[in-house]
Design a protein around this ligand. Sequence first.
Ligand code: NDP
Length: 323
Amino acid sequence: MLAIQADRTGGPEVLKVVDLPIPEPGPGQIRIHQAAIGLNYIDTYHRTGLYPVKLPMVLGQEGAGTVDAVGAGVTRFAVGDRAAYGTGPMGAYAQFHVAPEGRVVKLPDSISFETAAAAMLKGMTTEFLVRRCYPVKAGEAVLIHAAAGGVGGLLTQWAKSLDAYVIGAVGSEDKAAIARNQGCDEVILYRDEDVAKRVRELTGGMGVRVAYDGVGAATFEATLASLGRRGMFVSFGNASGPAPAVEPGRLARGGSLFLTRPTLFDYVVTTEELDESAGALFAVIASGAVKIPIGQTFPLAEARRAHEALEGRATVGASLLIP
Ligand code: NDP
């Protein structure tokens, strides 16, 4: 089967097209013949070594397709079922993927493979961020960085569906238009404008209740300065590099702030949590509250080009790799 493998860490050039044997599912595992694979920023962290992984590695943790083989003792799936996953295991950048059945969900007929592959990891991330990490409430001011991106676009829509006042920050005018279309009440161009100053203006000096920051290093100070008293700083990614160390006294001086650095892999751990999170995601997709914008699609063999686009800030919404 065609797969994308890295045998060392580094830039997009370490991604090589390889021909690997089709894997066999072991006990409790299923094999998915993949129709679509999700591209995620976390894949770039695995590729560069920012998040350490064992080499050689086939990247990717999100995909959807049809179950074409099941191992001994499997009870959740049968051959022919439509299936999707978004918490790994690693190895999604391939035509076939083997996973423990407890890390995969059955896909409702109403959700296409493409939508699922674009939505599972980013959508379950959005679910835990707005419902569990910091439960967003109606009327609250929320700041979302990279609001036209994969997770950012879903965060915007989900927060709006909870009647929050959403301020998005984006890197270009084109992305500002997308962010507005997805429901941002106000959009800040964070490469040109003073984010914290604009946030204070937009919130009558109060600052936001919660800031979702997946950009990391470049936005850290602005995020801290945008929070209102007892606000919550949710630092959930490193698109511009990891956020710096912070001395607790700064949280006191900022107004008794909270700072958390969550990951999906601590909020969706058990199969029950997976079913619950994916179920909530499928419900907001079915109701129309959250649409899954697929901004660009690449052939799997062109994963290198896809990584270059993602890291070059040249993507909007979610990106797919098609095997
Ligand atoms: P995106 O589609 O959001 O792409 C990243 C975006 O970040 C870019 O499009 C760009 O938007 C913005 N950005 C700002 N500065 C930079 C920079 N220096 N280099 C590159 N991009 C930059 O990616 P994803 O939706 O896949 O992920 C978004 C974030 O969420 C990532 O940090 C990711 O790690 C994190 N994440 C965290 C999870 C968790 O469990 N903690 C789970 C899933 C994702 P613009 O041009 O508008 O600035």
